[in-house]
Design a protein around this ligand. Structure first.
Ligand code: KIV
Length: 264
């Protein structure tokens, strides 16, 4: 598969759906890249998914770089996006540019993603102006869970107008792609039809230009809490649990290692 770039992704709008997954480590990135995924997001979901944090808020720039470096080493064709963690871009435009630059330079990722709409217009523009491609992210933005009162669907009823405005602002600021998270499917379609940049949905319905899932959700490795939008394609948690139990039993009973697994 040819290397996926910004022009390839923007050219896919209205032609071919874009498939995006998160990955946070070398072996997973290698598997999803080899399978043909178009783009890998090293999300700040690394906090709750891989590091045991209660949410994405404590994730640091250093942690994002550490995980993204491993992912980049594994990837041959997918386009790699690094998430800007909470408080790495909100404080000032200078700080946002410095962190975005450092994250691209040290991790090897090809674009940054940041959360926010009209309120982040100047930040997005400033990062785009230093030639770092930016992916926007609006709707249910996990870095705003305290304001939203939890992981709640956004853009229902009257608040849809604000999200349409946010989507327009992100595009006008120069983002080349936008993630729409946790919004009604009708609004996902409306934003997708309105924008000329690709929209990537997660809980935003089937009409977006592409879809993203957290890879651990897709693989059934994320515990029992499963939001409505998550489709689990395999129950790896169960498979791993079964394999570990058999290993323990075989060690206890002396079945493993047998002669075939011994040196002579
Ligand atoms: O951090 C993340 O994994 C994300 C996706 C859910 C879009 O932002």
């Amino acid at each position: 598969m040819d290397k996926i770039t910004v022009p390839v992704l923007t050219g896919m709008k209205q032609k071919e759906k874009i498939a995006m997954l998160t990955a946070y480590d070398f072996p997973t990135a290698k598997i999803v890249d080899n399978a043909g995924i178009h783009t890998i997001l090293v999300g700040d979901s690394v906090g709750p998914v891989m590091l045991g944090y209660p949410n994405t808020m404590p994730v640091t720039v250093d942690e994002m770089i550490y995980h993204t470096k491993a992912v980049v080493k594994a990837v041959k064709s997918a386009f790699v996006i690094i998430d800007m963690p909470f408080m790495s871009y909100q404080e000032s435009i200078e700080e946002a540019k410095r962190n975005a630059g450092r994250m691209i330079k040290e991790s090897g990722a090809e674009a940054v993603k940041l959360e926010g709409g009209s309120n982040m217009k100047e930040v997005i523009r400033a990062i785009v102006d230093i030639d770092i491609p930016v992916v926007g992210h609006i709707g249910l933005t996990p870095q705003s869970i305290h304001r939203m009162g939890g992981h709640k669907v956004q853009g229902k009823g009257d608040t849809a107008a604000r999200l349409l405005e946010d989507a327009r602002a992100v595009e006008e600021a120069g983002a080349f792609m936008i993630v729409l998270e946790g919004i009604p499917r009708g609004l996902g379609k409306e934003i997708t039809d309105m924008l000329s940049i690709p929209t990537i949905g997660i809980g935003a319905g089937p009409d977006c230009d592409g879809q993203v899932l957290v890879v651990n959700d897709l693989l059934g490795m994320a515990g029992d809490l499963r939001p409505k939008f998550v489709k689990t394609y395999i129950n790896l948690q169960k498979e791993i649990d079964g394999a570990v139990r058999v290993f323990i039993e075989e060690v206890k009973t002396g079945v493993f290692p047998d002669d075939a697994h011994s040196y002579h």
